[in-house]
Structures are given as C-alpha cells and as structure tokens.
Design a binder for this molecule. Sequence first.
Ligand SMILES: Cc1cc2nc3c(=O)[nH]c(=O)nc-3n(C[C@H](O)[C@H](O)[C@H](O)COP(=O)(O)OP(=O)(O)OC[C@H]3O[C@@H](n4cnc5c(N)ncnc54)[C@H](O)[C@@H]3O)c2cc1C
Length: 318
Amino acid sequence: MSHVSEGYEWQIVDRIKETPDTYTYTFAPVTASQKFEFTIGQFVTISTLLKRPTVTGGLEESMVQRTYSIASSPTRDLIELTIKGEKPYGYINPSTEKADGFAEYFFEQINKGDKVNVRSNPNKDHFLSRIAAGNEKNIAYWSGANGAESARCLIQYMEDMKNMDVNLTLFYSNPTLHIKDEQSDRSSLNVIYYEWLIKMARKMDNFRVIFTFTREKETPVHSDHPRVRFRIGRFFNNPDGTKEKTLSRYYEDLDNIDSIFNPICGSSGFINGTVRLPDGKIKRGNGIKQNLEEIEGVKPYKIDVEQYYLQQTVPGDK
Ligand SMILES: Cc1cc2nc3c(=O)[nH]c(=O)nc-3n(C[C@H](O)[C@H](O)[C@H](O)COP(=O)(O)OP(=O)(O)OC[C@H]3O[C@@H](n4cnc5c(N)ncnc54)[C@H](O)[C@@H]3O)c2cc1C
C-alpha cells in the first residue's frame, strides 16, 4: 500500500463547466507552504464536508474524500482538477441507506473562495511516471469519456517546455459529441476539453487527437486538420464486426510497435472490460488493454493504467 502524505489546504479560485456533469476547478494553495512539487500523471485526494441525504429524508453532514488526477501542468502556479459526476444526485446506497456520492454534492455546495483539504500521493511509480522521467517519448494515450485529465496535464507540460522530444496521440472515446443539458434544456458538448484539444492539436506539431463516438451512427463532424481526426464505433472494432488494428492504423509508418508507450485511463470497463452487474456480480471482458496485447501484440510493459472506478451497468445497459 502506498503512503499518503500529510494534508495541504487549497482555495478554489475559479470553476468552469466542461459538460453538463463535469466542472474544472482552479485551486490556489492558501500560502506558499501549501504548494508541493508534483510531476505529470500524479493524483491528489481532496476532502471536504458535504451534506448528503439519508433514506429517511434527512441530511447528514460528513467529511468526504475522492481522488483526482492533476489536470494542469506542474510548470503552472495554479492547480486544476476536473471533476465528473458519475453517481446520480440522491443515489442511496442500499446497504448503508445513505447517499455515498461525492461529485454532485461538491458541485452543489462548494463554491469559489471555499477551501478544501488536499493530500498528495508520494508514490514514485505513478501513472505517466515513465514519461515524466524522460524514458518514454512516443505516446499513444487511450482515454475513456472520463480519463483525459492526465493527458491535459501532459499537453500543457509539452506546451510549456517548448521543444520537448515527445510525440502524443490521444485516442479519446466518448458515447456522443452532444448531450441534452437538463439545466438549460439545450444541446451541449458532452466531451470534456473538446474545443481546447482541437485548438492544441492545431497548434502543436507533436500532438494529435483521434476522437471516436461509440453511440453516433455517423461521424458527427468532419476534420479540416490532419492532426484532428473523427470516427465512430469502438476502438479496435471495424463496422462489420471484425477486429481493427487501431494503433497500427494511425501509425502508418511504424516499423516497431515496441517504440510506442500506451497509457490507458478511464473506467474498468474501458480499460479491461470489467463491469459490476446490477446484481452485484463482477463480469470480466476485454478492454483497450487486451486489445492492445492481443490484436496489436503490444507487450505489457508498454502499457500503463490508471483506473478511475469500477464501471457499474444499470438495468437496460448493453
Ligand atoms: C487515481 C484516480 C484518479 C481519478 N481522477 C479523476 C479525475 O481526474 N476526474 C474525475 O472526474 N474522476 C476521477 N477519479 C474518480 C473520482 O474519484 C470519482 O469517483 C468521480 O468523480 C465520480 O464521483 P461520484 O461522486 O459521482 O461517484 P462515486 O461515489 O465516486 O462513485 C463512482 C461509482 O459510481 C458508480 N455509478 C455510476 N452510475 C451509477 C448509478 N446510476 N447508480 C449507482 N452507481 C453508479 C460507478 O460505476 C462508480 O463505480 C479518479 C479516481 C482515481 C482512483
């Protein structure tokens, strides 16, 4: 088990809406001594008091914590975390008979000016640590709908370090490009960092992004730039049901697949096909990790994984 360091205190100085269920918060350490060194790919654990419903209709206040990848570069003064709500507001855990979510209550109750407790994780072997150490330079980063936070940190770092000898392709999978925003009743972007990623790919020679939309019937938008690509369907699947060599397809001139380093970030379902069924049973399947190993012949040591949570299927999910 890794050690968790003592706490720091950060203040929220800004918040922007990314999608209807996701916000990026900007934090400033409350004093210079509340700042700590980190490298790309690291995460922090934040904790705060939140009021959450109980099964009897009351509210109970308690200290709640969750872990978040740092989404901004270590070269910058302020720190950003992107928080996506996964569990619906008011969801009651059947065994404890209490709400056990974090994100939706954080969005509701924590405002600009508020302070949160933060713990860093001093584990040296963290996600992307081999890129941070300069040992991997040709990167294919595979992100689920929630998973691009460390890629954002890396892209900002590449931008700030100028001529960094790193090439990054972000393979980014989302169900749809747009979703109805229940709050405004309008259609809203459903892809975290969408416009920023396109802007950065246009600007940086060493970064490109390949979006796929798993629930769109047609490609929802067409690219006008070689470093921005759009497609539909799951990575590693052809529309006719056969397997696609997705990595090889987008690295046409590649003569050695071992030169590519593959960080994968997202839910268990995205990474390795593991999901929890409504009856609580765990079902194992295939995800990006198996596809890379079995379809492309990528060696396990060329894969790096950060799992955000165990994916839960709700009745009716396919
Ligand atoms: C190392 C690490 C880094 C992370 N980085 C980030 C990050 O940068 N950004 C980010 O947003 N998250 C990140 N997470 C996940 C984060 O900690 C939270 O889990 C996430 O924000 C969702 O919070 P929540 O309160 O909505 O759900 P939680 O209470 O945390 O619960 C998540 C669980 O809810 C389940 N769930 C989904 N829908 C339902 C439903 N309808 N009914 C019941 N259960 C459901 C999910 O399957 C999942 O297992 C990270 C996690 C780890 C371990």
